[in-house]
Design a binder for this molecule. Structure first.
Ligand SMILES: Nc1nc2c(c(=O)[nH]1)N[C@H]1C(S)=C(S)[C@@H](COP(=O)(O)O)O[C@H]1N2
Ligand SMILES: [Mo]
Length: 196
């Protein structure tokens, strides 16, 4: 890891904003987060359920497929593994699809990822961040408030679903929003896996 620039990327100090569709407007009364798919029992978590889970702070590099990379942002969030611990997975679960809002549809955006790559401190559903230029602050609605995934730096940032609404556990890999449009299933920036 470290300050290593993947091929075809340039470094930016700003945190650019990139997404399709409307910016989701958070309402604590209607917001929830679902854990579903290949689990013994599906569960739905309220905002306060989520915010009671153990917190993790990590510094994670971001690599957008449009070629900007941002190093050294520190994030506070809920590690994905904390959510996995709340469900009993069926045998053979290897992938997840992380869903998020797209034009009012809570499952309108999604990205697929291999579960085993997401069990460390560098796979976080974040709500707060800071970097050298800034003190701690909530992420803005444009960056995915109240909760968005920052994936490990070994995945391009489109795998980082903003306005996250749930995780579906899967035995087989399955395309998400950008993957259906021809982007990579595995999306490793260091191997420059942009398209397939
Ligand atoms: N819900 C949702 N999440 C999304 C997207 C989107 O369109 N909708 N775009 C993805 C893409 S392509 C990128 S590069 C990152 C950008 O995150 P940022 O705007 O916070 O930099 O969000 C990802 N998460
Ligand atoms: Mo992107």
């Amino acid at each position: 890891m470290g300050n290593h620039l993947p091929p075809g990327q340039f470094e930016t100090e700003n945190w650019p904003i990139l997404h399709q569709g409307d910016i989701y407007e958070f309402d604590e009364n209607t917001w929830n987060f679902t854990l579903f798919g290949e689990v013994k029992e599906e569960i739905t978590l309220s905002y306060s359920d989520i915010m009671k889970l153990p917190k993790t702070i990590s510094t994670i590099d971001m690599h957008c497929v449009t070629t900007w990379s941002k190093f050294g942002s520190t994030f506070e969030g809920i590690a994905l593994r904390e959510l996995v611990e709340l469900v009993q997975l069926n045998e053979g679960v290897k992938y997840v699809k992380i869903y998020g809002y797209y034009n009012g549809d809570r499952y309108g955006y999604s990205a697929n990822l291999p579960l085993e790559a997401l069990l460390g401190d560098d796979a976080l559903f974040i709500y707060r961040w800071k970097d050298i230029q800034r003190d701690w602050q909530d992420i803005t609605p444009k960056h995915g408030y109240p909760l968005r995934l920052i994936p490990p730096a070994s995945f391009y940032l489109w795998k980082g679903t903003k306005w996250a609404s749930g995780i579906r556990f899967m035995k087989e890999d399955e395309e998400g929003f950008w993957e259906e449009l021809g982007y990579s299933m595995t999306a490793n920036p260091f191997k420059e896996e942009r398209y397939r």
